[in-house]
Design a protein around this ligand. Structure first.
Ligand SMILES: [Mg+2]
Length: 250
């Protein structure tokens, strides 16, 4: 990564790099849409990767393929929970973990509590870290969330109390999901704004960057500094941390 000596002699690393000029300038920017998983609850950390880390830290020797199968089975089952729309963080994560363990044929209350507790604590830490930035952004831009979720994104965001969101688009409630660009067109329509005045921020190149850019939005990709952009980077701003969005306020 490029770095430069600051006025105090310390070396600063550029964590924000524009892949294309002007992609995320605040000029004519009216709204910012954000992905939830891996964007608002952790910098580019997919839920599955997060759980793999937590299982490993708990001493699991299960193969990653088995963890993956159980994770996605739990994901699908969670979406079918009858009361899912009311699930906040605790109930969502504890149910997800119980479903994963059930898929592994295990009954281990201590392990379930450890995995869920750590995931919940990590999420709350990310919420707390991101809240001041989001509230500052909300004073200048309308904010929204677009998420492939279970139908409980409105409940989850109410609990997180991050910032006032003008729109919350949850795939399970709308019947349209990423990577279908229609979900981004829907969010723009709800905002009543032309897409070039909207910046979308997300950690998935395929589900966030490509389809939001396809409907004409400006797009920011939240990715680890070493990750290579998979395709044509036109009109995309790159972020290593959600906090890099603070540059829009400067
Ligand atoms: Mg995501």
């Amino acid at each position: 990564m490029p770095s430069i000596a600051g006025p105090d002699g310390a070396w600063y690393v550029f964590r924000v790099s524009r892949l294309a000029d002007g992609a995320a300038r605040a000029d004519n920017l009216a709204a910012i849409l954000l992905d939830y998983g891996g964007t608002l609850d952790g910098d580019a950390q997919h839920w599955f990767d997060h759980f793999v880390r937590l299982w490993t830290e708990a001493g699991s020797t299960l193969p990653v393929a088995a963890l993956k199968e159980a994770f996605y089975a739990a994901d699908e089952a969670l979406a079918r929970e009858p009361e899912i729309q009311s699930f906040g963080l605790e109930r969502m994560v504890r149910t997800h973990v119980d479903l994963q363990l059930r898929h592994h044929g295990r009954r281990d209350d201590a392990l379930a509590a450890r995995l869920a507790g750590a995931f919940i604590a990590d999420t709350r830490m990310a919420w707390d870290r991101n809240r001041p930035l989001l509230r500052a952004l909300a004073r200048r831009f309308r904010l929204g969330v677009v998420s492939n979720s279970y139908g409980n994104m409105p409940a989850l965001l109410a609990e997180a109390d991050l910032a006032p969101f003008a729109v919350v688009v949850d795939s399970a409630l709308e019947g349209v999901a990423k990577p279908d660009p229609a979900i981004y067109a829907l969010a723009a329509a709800r905002l009543g704004l032309p897409t070039p005045t909207i910046l979308h921020v997300g950690d998935s190149w395929a589900r966030d960057v490509v389809p939001s850019a396809a409907v004409g939005m400006r797009s920011a990709w939240l990715a680890p500094p070493g990750a290579a952009a998979p395709a044509d980077p036109a009109n995309v701003w790159r972020l290593a941390s959600l906090l890099d969005l603070g540059e829009l306020l400067s």
